[in-house]
Design a binder for this molecule. Structure first.
Ligand SMILES: [Zn+2]
Length: 299
């Protein structure tokens, strides 16, 4: 018979107690899935800003918001360890790239390993975009150059693995689509592991969505979480969301846009958010994560 001394027994008991008390101490084991945060806007502007932390602590960032969001985003990334494995830019509009440019200009301790995008050329934006879009692209490209960086172009169908997170590239720029040109050239990314799947649509419009629905990647659209295209309105079609068949919706949407409120109450604006909310009500969505409600963390 082996006698277990009190100190050994105590160590066993305390290890058991730690394991049995989640959240009380730093985790002894790696989490089994990635964590996703939807960051809240720091101004009234609609933005898109997501941070993902892999089970091993590596960071993935999508977009980031306008200049007024930069300070909050920077602190958030630093608090999560400051090491960004991959930063994805869905498309070069100011509500998606300005904060990223500000981080590049003054990164502090933030290290970004790879910048991924699918960028239109300046000549194409001159032809199919407006003056503001041209200026935004120019400023964005200058910020990347000034930081001595380049953006790595993603290819349609490409697959990346980032510390156990699978990233599928289901959509890239669509130079043949001219209405709503830059939004319709948004990256579409599906991130998943054995526990959950998230589909990011950027600001994809109905034409880009239809092209994707008709493509071989339609079968990869199904996801547990979907980021609502173009801040939740005037994005992809209802049929597209039916193909995704999400359980949860991520809305990068400020309050005024969520309520279609131009200042005189719910429903007084020109936006289509209430229509899209009605579509999603038909799909048995269990929960809506709305940016207007603050920081959302999904484990
Ligand atoms: Zn946007």
């Amino acid at each position: 018979m082996t006698l277990v001394g009190p100190s050994v027994l105590g160590a066993v008991m305390s290890a058991f107690a730690q394991a049995a008390a989640p959240g009380s101490a730093p985790a002894l084991t790696k989490p089994s899935t990635f964590t996703l945060w939807q960051l809240p806007a720091q101004t009234r502007t609609q933005i898109m800003s997501y941070v993902i932390r892999s089970p091993g602590g590596k960071l993935i960032v999508l977009d980031g918001g306008v200049t007024g969001d930069a300070r909050y985003l920077k602190k958030f990334v630093i608090d999560q360890g400051a090491k960004v494995e991959a930063w994805f830019i869905t498309h070069p509009h100011s509500d998606h790239v300005q904060a990223f440019s500000a981080v590049l200009a003054d990164p502090g301790p933030i290290e970004i390993k790879t910048i991924y995008a699918s960028l239109p050329t300046e000549a194409w934006v001159r032809k199919y975009g407006n003056d503001r879009e041209q200026a935004t692209l120019r400023t964005f490209l200058e910020s990347v150059r000034a930081a001595n960086r380049t953006a790595t172009e993603l290819r349609l169908g490409q697959e990346l693995w980032i510390d156990g997170v699978r990233v599928e590239v289901l959509g890239v720029k669509n130079p043949e689509i001219h209405p709503n040109a830059i939004n319709n050239s948004s990256l579409v990314l599906r991130m998943s592991d054995a526990t959950k799947s998230v589909l990011f649509l950027g600001d994809l419009g109905v034409e880009g969505g239809n092209k994707l629905l008709a493509s071989r990647y339609r079968s990869r659209l199904r996801a547990e979480y979907v980021q609502m295209a173009h801040h939740g309105q005037n994005g992809v079609s209802e049929a597209f969301y039916r193909a995704v068949n999400p359980t949860y919706c991520l809305w990068p949407t400020p309050r005024w846009l969520w309520d279609n409120d131009k200042g005189q109450g719910k429903g007084t604006g020109p936006w289509k958010t209430l229509e899209v909310r009605a579509w999603m009500a038909k799909l048995n969505v269990q929960r809506h994560y709305v940016m207007a409600d603050g920081l959302h963390r999904i484990d």
